[in-house]
Every structure is written in structure tokens, then in C-alpha cells.
Ligand binder design. Structure first.
Ligand SMILES: Nc1ncnc2c1ncn2[C@@H]1O[C@H](COP(=O)(O)OP(=O)(O)OP(=O)(O)O)[C@@H](O)[C@H]1O
Length: 547
């Protein structure tokens, strides 16, 4: 189009004798070329959007897979909201980078190169000026890069932090309101938002700075090239057509750089987010399958042995467990008791291999946990935890999570066994009743029975039970106790016990104190021994052990 337009202008000024009709041909060519250019631009954008969307899907899939590989142990150290920001917004932000910035960067390399090569044939001096301009622009940007990098990272960090705090606040809304801290927390969040705004402004300010410098370089480059071409025309070295070509082509040389500049801010935001994505992709899981691991035959129910298990949490030098040893016969129940922070949940986490012990070993039916594939280990253990996690959806969907392809008859059987049948009958839409976000429409006892139904469906030979600390009302308590009785039947059970009745039912009781076994044995023996267990019972409110 440029060449055709130059031809049009040249004919109008230089060749008045041929009249207006002479310009129709080149004018039509210019129009066709312009339309062609628009079509190509459209195709480029379509292609870029399509590619970026594919990249996003792939990156998200890999990230989600990675987060699941990293497991709950990783989320102990990283905030959930932060990971979520990377997964959702971080990946979104790379769209501009992959879809627009990268393709434009290629264009910005190729197009000026080709045009400069042509300009050299017209006039080397003009070409030289354009080359200098074309080099100065990315160079100036490079100089700014460090500052932009620092501010961009600060901005993204602030964004992830804000996202994490908002997720926290939304999940803990009930607690915040109950503590009367909602307003204070809201104000703190508003301050955080203000800090995010400042970081955004600073990051924008830096990119506007580079924008100004590079725009000036591009304007100056075109201007000087045209001035030189005009001077060369005056000395007769260039004809008028060549001067017009210089005007068009030097502007075209800078155009891809200017377009690149427009994508720079967004693309650069994507680059900052990409760092978070790489960090997540490169993070090492706390536990993983050994290379030669293969499924083993494990008796059902199996025995569980802890031998000299010592453990401290990542980034902590306190021992959460100190040389703990326990033998649990197949099908029996171990009750873990102790004050808050004694290490009860840690035992349960190690048994599920969220982390590996620092030393010592845990064996199931004589096989070290590390010698079992993680998938097999997870299929061996069913968990009923005190904070039951229900997902948005119906009761039936929430129970079916425990096992794919469940028949209705199977489902009804576990619902009855979990003493959920009367609850389901009372609900307006029965099994299809929506439980609300995190199961908000069910009572604590009902949620626990959903968890028991899941565990029954899962039918794992080992049961881990984290007993609720808060007491349920009489009816719920009786229903949950009956359902648990049913669930424990024929399984090896490890229970973090808070109730005297549970402890009395156990075969072995281990009293933990600061990660060490203070006392262990059958419940009756411990009652007679007048040791740590008796002290604990007396220290706590009636009927509740530990807290
Ligand atoms: N993620 C963690 N990072 C660092 N230290 C931790 C972590 N989780 C627990 N701890 C520490 O390990 C010790 C044992 O904690 P654990 O949760 O096993 O106690 P617990 O007996 O289950 O307590 P509770 O009855 O209150 O749940 C405590 O000192 C606790 O502060």
C-alpha cells in the first residue's frame, strides 16, 4: 500500500499532464493492499487469541495437576489464595504475553529488518538513521527493564497477597462476624487494597516512562530520516519518489515497535505472573513415589506400626514427634489423646504420608509407607475429619465423590448405615438437596454423617477419625456414634480422641505430651495407673479429653 500511495502522490505532483485518471490504478492497488492488510491483521488476532486460549488451557491443566501432586503439605506453606491467584489471574495475564506480545516481538524483529534492507538500496545514510532509531528503542526499554521488573514483581506480589487475604476473609466470614472483627478486618483489607493501588500506579508509572522515551526515539528517528532524505534530494542524490518512500517506509519501520510498546504493559504483567507460575511448576512435592515402587498385597484390615518416628514440620526446628513407637494389631483401635499441640494430628498426617518422618518408619502390614505407591496408600485409608469439607452440589454428589460408579442401591445402603436416611427424608428435595457452599445448609452432626457415608463407600481397611471437639446435640451425637460404630467394624482405626467414650472403646490409648509418648496401654490399665492419662481426664471438662 505504501508503494502504491507513493506512486499516487508522485503522479499527482510530478506528472500533472496525465490528469487524474493516471492515479486510479495505483489508488485501487493501495485500497486492495489496505483491505488485505486489515484481513491479515484480523487473521493474526484470531490466531493469537486461539493460540493463547490453548496455552492457557494447557498451563492451567499442568498447574492443577501440579498442585494436586504437591498435595496438602505444600499448602501448609503457601497461602491458598495466593495459589488461586496464580491459577486464575496469573494464567489469564499470560494471555496478553503469549497472544500478543510474543507474536508482535517477532514482527518487530522481522519487519524493520526487511524494510531497512530496502532503505539501504535507496540511500545508506537514511537507512543508518533508521537503524540507529530501531536499535535505540529496544535498548531504552532494556535499560528500564530492571526497574520495571522490580515494580512488576512488587505489583504481582501485592495482588496475590490481596487475593489470599480476600479468600481468607470470605471463608472466615462467620468467625469474623462472631468475633465482632468484621469491620476491623474490612478496614485492614481496604488498606491492603490501597497498597495494591500504589503498587499498580508505580508499575504503571515505570511503563509510562519507558513509553515516553521510546515514543520520542521513534518520532525522532522518522523525523531525522525524512530531513536527511530531503537534504539528499536537494543535492540531487535522491529523487522525489525516493523521498516519499523514505517518509512511508521509515514510519513503517517503527510501527511494529510502537505496536509492541502498546502490548508491553500487559505482556509485562504476564511476565511477572509467569514467575509465579514457574515457581509453582518447579516446586517439589514433600512426598513422591520412589521410582521402583509397585503395589503390594496388604492384609485387610492391616496392622500399623510406628517405630521411632521423629518429625518436625518444614521450616520449624521443634520436634512435633519425638521417637514415637506404637504397635497396632489388625482390626484394633488406637486412640491418640493429649493436650492441644501434643502431636495427635501430626501422627495422622504422617500416616497419610502428607509428609515423611525425619527418621524412623511407619509400616502398614509390615510394609513401609514409602514402599507403597501413593495411590495405593490413599486407597487404604479412609478419613473422617472433624472439619468435614462439603462441596457446592447435592448431598448425593457429595457422597458419590468417594467412589466413581456407585449404584443407587449402594448409595442408599451407606446412607442408612451412616444414619443419614432420616435427614434425607426431612430435606425438601431428598438426596438432590443442595448443601450450600461448604455444606452451610447442614448441621455439624449431619455433615459428619455425610463424611461417614463417604468413608463407608470408600470402604478402606484403615480408618482415620478426627473426632469433633465441639459437642453435638443429643440426637446428633447418638446418630453419629451409631454410624461410627458401624464404620469402625472390621477396620484398623486411628482416632484423635476427645471423648471419654471413644477412649474407653479403644484397644490402645497413647497419651502424647509435646510429641512424646507420656503413657500408653489399654484404657483400663491407664485408669489404674494414675499417670498422665488420669491427670488429663481431671484437667479437662467433664467427658472431654484433650481439646
Ligand atoms: N504446619 C505446621 N508447621 C509448623 N508447625 C506445626 C504445623 N502444624 C502443627 N505444628 C506444630 O506441631 C505440633 C503438633 O501439632 P499437632 O497439630 O499435631 O497437635 P495436636 O495434638 O493435633 O493439637 P490439636 O488437638 O490442637 O489439634 C504443635 O506444636 C504445632 O504447633
Amino acid at each position: 500500500a505504501g508503494f502504491a500511495l507513493v506512486d499516487v502522490v508522485r503522479r499527482i505532483f510530478a506528472d500533472g499532464s496525465s490528469g487524474v485518471s493516471g492515479v486510479y490504478g495505483p489508488l485501487a492497488l493501495a485500497a486492495i493492499m489496505t483491505v488485505l492488510r486489515l484481513v491479515l491483521l484480523w487473521a493474526r488476532d484470531q490466531c493469537a487469541t486461539w493460540t493463547a486460549a490453548r496455552v492457557k488451557v494447557r498451563v492451567r491443566a499442568r498447574l492443577v495437576e501440579r498442585v494436586f501432586d504437591l498435595g496438602p503439605g505444600h499448602l501448609v506453606r503457601r497461602r491458598v489464595g495466593d495459589v488461586q491467584a496464580t491459577l486464575v489471574d496469573g494464567v489469564e495475564a499470560i494471555q496478553a504475553y503469549v497472544g500478543f506480545y510474543l507474536p508482535q516481538a517477532v514482527i518487530a524483529l522481522v519487519v524493520p529488518g526487511a524494510l531497512v534492507a530496502f532503505l539501504v538500496t535507496l540511500d545508506p545514510w537514511v537507512a543508518l538513521v533508521v537503524v540507529v532509531g530501531v536499535i535505540v528503542v529496544p535498548f531504552a526499554r532494556q535499560m528500564w527493564r530492571k526497574l520495571l521488573g522490580v515494580r512488576g514483581q512488587a505489583h504481582w506480589g501485592m495482588y496475590a497477597e490481596y487475593s489470599a487475604k480476600t479468600t481468607d476473609a470470605l471463608q472466615g466470614m462467620t468467625t469474623l462476624v462472631a468475633l465482632g472483627a468484621a469491620r476491623r478486618h474490612g478496614e485492614a483489607l481496604a488498606e491492603e487494597a490501597e497498597r495494591l493501588r500504589l503498587a499498580t500506579t508505580r508499575s504503571l508509572g515505570a511503563s509510562l516512562g519507558v513509553y515516553t522515551v521510546t515514543s520520542a526515539a521513534m518520532g525522532l528517528g522518522t523525523g531525522i530520516a525524512v530531513v536527511i532524505a530531503a537534504l539528499r534530494h536537494a543535492t540531487g542524490a535522491l529523487d522525489a519518489t525516493a523521498v516519499l518512500l523514505v517518509l512511508f517506509l521509515s514510519a513503517e519501520c517503527f510501527r511494529p515497535l510502537s505496536d509492541l510498546q502498546n502490548y508491553w504493559h500487559e505482556g509485562f504483567y504476564g511476565m511477572a505472573a509467569a514467575n509465579g507460575i514457574y515457581a509453582l511448576l518447579e516446586a517439589q512435592p514433600d512426598v513422591k513415589d520412589a521410582p521402583d515402587v509397585r503395589p503390594r498385597d496388604i492384609a485387610s484390615p492391616p496392622s500399623i506400626t510406628l517405630e521411632d518416628v521423629t518429625f518436625s514440620y518444614p521450616e520449624s526446628d521443634r520436634l512435633a514427634l519425638d521417637r514415637m513407637s506404637v504397635e497396632l494389631a489388625a482390626g484394633s483401635t488406637l486412640a491418640l489423646v493429649g493436650r492441644s499441640g501434643a502431636g495427635k494430628s501430626t501422627v495422622v498426617q504422617l500416616l497419610q504420608r502428607v509428609f515423611d518422618p525425619k527418621s524412623g518408619s511407619i509400616r502398614i502390614d509390615g510394609t513401609d509407607l514409602r514402599a507403597l505407591p501413593l495411590d495405593q496408600l490413599r486407597s487404604l485409608i479412609g478419613v473422617v475429619s472433624q472439619d468435614v469439607v462439603l462441596f457446592h452440589g447435592s448431598i448425593s454428589e457429595n457422597i458419590r465423590l468417594a467412589k466413581a460408579d456407585v449404584t443407587d442401591a449402594e448409595l442408599m445402603q451407606v446412607i442408612r448405615a451412616a444414619r443419614l436416611d432420616d435427614v434425607v427424608e426431612r430435606l425438601p428435595e431428598g438426596l438432590d438437596t443442595q448443601v450450600g457452599e461448604r455444606g452451610a445448609r447442614l448441621s455439624g452432626g449431619e455433615r459428619q454423617r455425610v463424611a461417614i457415608a463417604r468413608a463407608l463407600l470408600r470402604d478402606a481397611p484403615i480408618l482415620v477419625l478426627d473426632e469433633a471437639t465441639s459437642s453435638l446435640d443429643g440426637e446428633n451425637e447418638a446418630a453419629v456414634a451409631a454410624a461410627l460404630q458401624e464404620l469402625r467394624h472390621g477396620r484398623t482405626t486411628v482416632v484423635v480422641a476427645h471423648r471419654l467414650s471413644t477412649v474407653a472403646d479403644a484397644d490402645v490409648v497413647v497419651v502424647l505430651e509435646a510429641g512424646r509418648i507420656a503413657e500408653s496401654g489399654a484404657p483400663a490399665e491407664l485408669m489404674r495407673a494414675r499417670g498422665a492419662w488420669r491427670d488429663l481426664v481431671h484437667a479437662q471438662a467433664e467427658g472431654v479429653v484433650g481439646s
